[in-house]
Design a protein around this ligand. Structure first.
Ligand code: BGC
Ligand code: MG
Length: 529
């Protein structure tokens, strides 16, 4: 029923400058997307072979989590060589093929840049260790003598986000800073060589055709002068909003201004996307001033419950914060660091409703691989298969990030469900046969077809996509209703049906709409009206 009207809408708005202002960006987690060589680990050739799927899904761009040479102490967020591909994922030739073929399909590619820290196997760090205290390479990291008589205490009281002290002592007695795992030493961003190296890395990937960068821990690069003690006993959370001496320091903005100059040297609207966990949406907006980056993940939205009032607050707050800097608001529900939103919200109905709400909002949206299949978090992984470094540390960052990283099901009745011909690095649940791409394709009630329809309408409908505001309409408690031009979205966040006069003709509904005047429980409906 709902798709006929959508099909009658004009197709494609074309490619305009500022594509990122309304792009739907799909996050591929390379280890878990598609495995071409049967080693149980996803790879670049797997990604290349599945680009047509992403095209058909209807996204505009693909963000690839790291595929660089890495010992994989933090699933590739520990980079040993920023200009090389890890053999587990393929070769530079394969990366080039992914970018070229994506472009041929009119899909953009955003690569993940990890500038806060590298791997302890990075050449600079190895050299710094070899050469000892006081040598120049040590200055590119944060090496310090310890405290206490024999220097046996860490230089300050900071804790790693993965748990345990943020400092590790090396055999010659000095300590180095790592906000994450000990295998991830933090760079010293005051050092000109670090700054130069990253501008050069940006150019390397821009020359290869990358359309932008997702900037890992963008808020962490600059530390407060003197690395002052925190002075409180509190475990740090990457996903938290605390004000901290190593996050969201004003000095980071200088770095992004210099990167923007590099991005702007290249034709074709290349972008920078900040992963910045800051205390407020206004602080996040500072990364998006016109001479800095283009987008930032909206973690305030991701942290909002399935509750009309809270959602409306988060939506208004996000839009209000971005308006003064002229940046698009982004929306995100899931990624490789958080519990999948189907599980967070407690049901598939809510997950589907949340997706339609997100895709109706003005700006750009992020979709994490598998959410279009309605995948739940895998909560019962045996300890021996887990790889999240924080799992092995007490009290660290939730420690349970493996459950959202399980390889996605493509087809077939048995694991690995077309993910590859071998196994899969994390076991997939038996119920996932019914959630595979093949199982859902062509089933109008499936979540995959819901996403496909939503993305098709979003692309075609003049009122959807870019924008910086919504017009709220009166609605009963627990219901959100807003208008954008001749488009209306209603979301019932309660667990009972709610009566509301139909604001127009239904275009798409996350749950079967038996009566147009009765919004089903936990549902979102798109209306033409
Ligand atoms: C990434 C995580 C990673 C951390 C350290 C992030 O925020 O998304 O997956 O563990 O940075 O690089
Ligand atoms: Mg493989």
């Amino acid at each position: 029923m709902t798709q006929h009207l959508a099909d009658a809408l004009p197709t494609s708005t074309g490619t305009q400058p500022g594509w990122w202002r309304e792009a739907v960006i799909y996050q591929v987690y390379p280890r878990s997307f598609a495995d071409s060589n049967g080693d149980g680990m996803g790879d670049l050739e797997g990604i290349r072979s599945r680009l047509p799927y992403l095209k058909e899904l209807g996204v505009d761009a693909v963000w690839l989590s790291p595929f660089y040479a890495s010992p994989q102490a933090d699933a590739g967020y520990d980079v040993a060589d920023y200009r090389a591909i890890d053999p587990m994922f393929g070769t530079l030739h394969d990366a080039d093929a992914v970018i070229r073929e994506a472009h041929a399909l009119d899909l953009r590619i955003i690569v993940d840049l990890v500038p806060n820290h590298c791997s302890d196997q990075h050449e600079w760090f190895k050299q710094a260790l070899r050469e000892g205290p006081g040598t120049p390479l040590r200055e590119r990291f944060h090496f310090r003598p310890g405290r206490g008589a024999g220097g046996e205490e860490p230089p300050n009281d900071w804790e790693s986000i993965f748990g345990g002290p943020a400092w590790t002592r090396v055999p010659d007695g000095e300590w180095y800073l790592h906000l994450f795992a000990p295998e991830q030493p933090d760079f010293n961003w005051e050092h000109p060589a670090v700054q130069d190296e990253f501008r050069s890395i940006l150019r390397f990937w821009l020359d290869l055709g990358a359309d932008g960068f997702r900037i890992d821990v963008a808020h962490g690069l600059v530390k407060a002068p003197g690395l002052p003690d925190l002075g409180r006993d509190e475990q740090l959370k990457l996903l938290g909003n605390q004000v901290l001496p190593f996050f969201d320091q004003d000095g980071v903005h200088e770095i992004y201004r210099s990167w923007r100059l590099v991005l702007d040297e290249y034709a074709g609207d290349r972008i920078g996307v900040a992963e910045a966990w800051t205390p407020s949406a206004d602080r996040t907006a500072m990364y998006l001033r016109p001479d800095e980056l283009h987008q930032a993940f909206n973690f305030h939205y991701l942290n909002t419950d399935w509750d009309a009032e809270a959602l409306r607050g988060a939506i208004d707050d996000s839009l209000d914060s971005m308006r003064p800097v002229g940046a698009p608001t982004t929306w995100v529900l899931s990624n490789h660091d958080v519990v999948r939103h189907r599980t967070r919200f407690g049901s598939l109905e809510r997950a589907r409703a949340a997706a339609l709400l997100m895709l109706a909002l003005p700006g750009s949206a992020y979709v994490y691989q598998g959410e279009e299949l309605g995948l739940p978090e895998v909560t019962d992984l045996p300890d021996e298969v887990r790889q999240d470094p924080s799992f092995f540390k007490a009290n660290g960052q939730d420690g349970l990030r493996d459950g959202c990283r399980v390889p996605i099901p493509w087809s077939g009745e048995e694991a690995p469900y077309g993910f590859g011909t071998g196994g899969s690095w994390l076991p997939q649940p038996a119920e996932w046969a019914g959630l595979s791409v093949a199982a859902q394709t062509g089933d109008p009630a499936s979540t995959l077809e819901l996403y496909r329809a939503a993305l098709r309408i979003r692309r075609a409908h003049p009122a959807l996509g870019a924008g910086d505001g919504v017009e709220w309409l009166p609605a009963p408690e627990g219901v959100l209703a807003f208008r954008r031009g001749d488009f209306v979205c209603t979301a019932n966040t309660t667990d009972v049906p709610v009566r509301l006069p139909a604001p127009g003709t239904a275009l798409l509904s996350s749950t079967d709409l038996a009566e147009p005047d009765l919004l089903p429980a936990d549902s979102t409906v798109w209306w033409q009206g």
